[in-house]
Design a protein around this ligand. Structure first.
Ligand SMILES: CC(=O)[C@@H](O)[C@H](O)COP(=O)(O)O
Ligand SMILES: NCC(=O)COP(=O)(O)O
Length: 242
């Protein structure tokens, strides 16, 4: 069955905006699990704009499902990830000045450093996913790097309108087929919300969707548990039979 990873970064964004102790991303992670999240995703950014190092340890200790820790390919982050020992690490690109993650990791262009990072994380017993654009060259490089999972960046699909959205959906569909052809587990995420998720969840072979901003935004009005349950129900209803 298709899995939902709930990204709780933006609970921490709200906390960091005032440097208060609330809202607590650990509580958010626990509530999301209780509402049907299959895993919890969090992004420890180099600038620590939302998730903090202490959150990673606290959430790791509490989770009953699994943790998908997103981080950049840097010595500091790899060290922290190996120490935290999440079940999954998703390597992502990062720019300090960006509003949100722009595009996928350039695995083909940074091949040696990505392959070394994958090896190091595998040696620590951590499964590795690479957050990449739905692009045949990047998928091939991801497969050569030794990673067993890719997460296709759906931001371009989410931002597109009209016929462009259909073209971006086709890019993701082709990416899923290509990833599976390389023997990879194929996940997707970024910018997915209650109106655009069904078409992605319906792609045959897609394993997991990681969704944060839209769920946390919906939670303001509906509560986190309902926001998670409703997203999961949309995904499951749309998903192609295995
Ligand atoms: C890699 C990714 O898509 C998410 O981690 C997302 O980046 C989280 O939100 P911000 O980009 O606002 O940190
Ligand atoms: N990897 C994508 C993710 O975790 C969530 O992205 P978003 O839904 O917050 O855009």
């Amino acid at each position: 069955m298709i899995e939902l990873g709930v990204n709780i970064d933006h609970v921490a964004t709200l906390r960091q905006q005032r440097l208060t102790a609330y809202p607590d991303p650990v509580r958010a992670a626990v509530l999301a699990e209780e509402a049907g999240a299959d895993l919890i995703t969090l992004h420890l950014r180099e600038d620590r704009r939302h998730i903090q190092d202490a959150d990673v340890a606290a959430i790791r200790a509490k989770l009953r499902t699994r943790m998908n820790l997103e981080c950049a390919v840097t010595a500091e982050m790899l060290e922290l990830a190996c120490k935290a020992r999440p079940q999954d690490v998703c390597l992502v690109p990062e720019k300090r000045e960006e509003l949100t993650t722009e595009g996928g990791l350039d695995v083909a262009g940074r091949f040696d450093s990505v392959r070394d990072a994958v090896n190091r994380l595998h040696d620590a017993g951590i499964r590795v996913s690479l957050f990449i654009d739905p692009d045949a060259r990047q998928i091939e490089a991801a497969s050569r790097s030794g990673a067993t999972v890719i997460e296709l960046h759906t931001g371009a699909y989410a931002d597109a309108a009209g016929p462009d959205a259909q073209a971006e959906l086709e890019r993701v569909r082709t990416g899923v087929v290509e990833g599976i052809r390389h023997g990879l587990r194929v996940n997707a995420g970024h910018g997915l919300h209650y109106e655009n998720v069904a078409a992605i969840a319906a792609l045959p072979g897609i394993a997991e969707l990681n969704i944060g901003h839209a769920i946390i935004a919906r939670a303001v009005f509906d509560g986190l548990e309902k926001a998670v349950r409703d997203m999961k129900a949309l995904m499951v209803a749309a998903a192609a039979p295995a």
